[in-house]
Design a protein around this ligand. Structure first.
Ligand code: GLN
Length: 261
């Protein structure tokens, strides 16, 4: 390998974006834009391939997998197709491929999602957890979230009717400080299996959490190019301000809820 091959500029990643037309709530596509921008700033080539219903999905051709959120109706439309892609996605995750699934995508990356009317959508079982929707009268979990992650915090915006319950021994992504997270009861937010991350945080997530965006990129690059890969630091002052502002909003909303207002 020549020196040139080991410079960051020669790195390239391929990202599979699952169902971008159907699963894209509250700016989830912004996650892809952030990954693109953070790669471009470092001379890393990021190729994004959109994978829709009926499309073949050879996960071996990809370094990252992303799926955004969607309402129950969209989830019903894709559930069967996702089942067909499930074995390949499970194999990719078992092989260390980083994946990020948000809200409706997260729910379908778990074992199952029981809709309010009792119908159960099968998930692909990446995360050992299930989601229950209590039906029409059940209040939705809506608002800003701040959750402890890796010595800092993740922030984002949640809006979900389903409550996700992790199996005993499952690993949450983060611990809720303000907001609901998985279910509003046990303080957990999201889930982690190998390098796959599930979360309720839209917002979108990655623009306001640059450290988490880089975590995903670094996992993907190290898997492909080896553990010596490092990322050039970027000026994240704007992103940090967005992070702080979302965290402050989450705290304000939390205080208001506590007062019962
Ligand atoms: N339909 C799911 C729910 O309401 C997920 C919604 C979302 O992705 N925001 O629980």
């Amino acid at each position: 390998m020549s020196n040139h091959d080991t410079t960051p500029a020669s790195y390239s990643l391929r990202l599979a974006h699952l169902y971008p037309d159907l699963m894209n709530l509250y700016g989830d596509r912004g996650n892809i834009i952030t990954l693109r921008q953070r790669c471009a700033a470092r001379g890393i080539t990021l190729t994004v391939v959109e994978i829709g219903i009926g499309d073949p999905f050879d996960t071996r051709c990809f370094d990252l997998i992303f799926m955004g959120g969607g309402q129950d109706r969209e989830q019903q439309r894709i559930a069967q197709d996702l089942q067909a892609k499930g074995p390949a996605i499970r194999a990719a995750v078992a092989d260390g491929t980083p994946a990020l699934a948000v809200c409706g995508g997260y729910q379908l990356f778990c074992r199952s999602y029981q809709l309010g009317r009792g119908e159960e959508l099968p998930g692909i079982g990446i995360f050992p957890a299930r989601t229950l929707h209590g039906g029409e009268g059940t209040p939705r979990c809506i608002g800003n979230v701040e959750a402890e992650w890796d010595g800092g915090t993740l922030v984002g915006f949640e809006n979900h009717g389903g409550r996700t319950y992790l199996d005993a021994g499952a690993t949450p992504l983060a611990r809720v400080r303000s907001g609901y997270g998985n279910n509003g009861d046990d303080g957990t937010e999201g889930a982690v299996t190998a390098n796959a991350f599930g979360t309720y945080l839209h917002g979108s997530l990655l623009p306001k959490n640059p450290r988490f965006a880089d975590h995903l990129l670094l996992l993907a690059l190290r898997r492909k190019y080896g553990d010596a890969v490092t990322l050039t630091p970027l000026d994240d002052s704007l992103e940090q301000r967005a992070h702080a502002s979302a965290a402050a909003a989450a705290r304000r909303e939390n205080a208001r809820r506590r007062r019962g207002a």
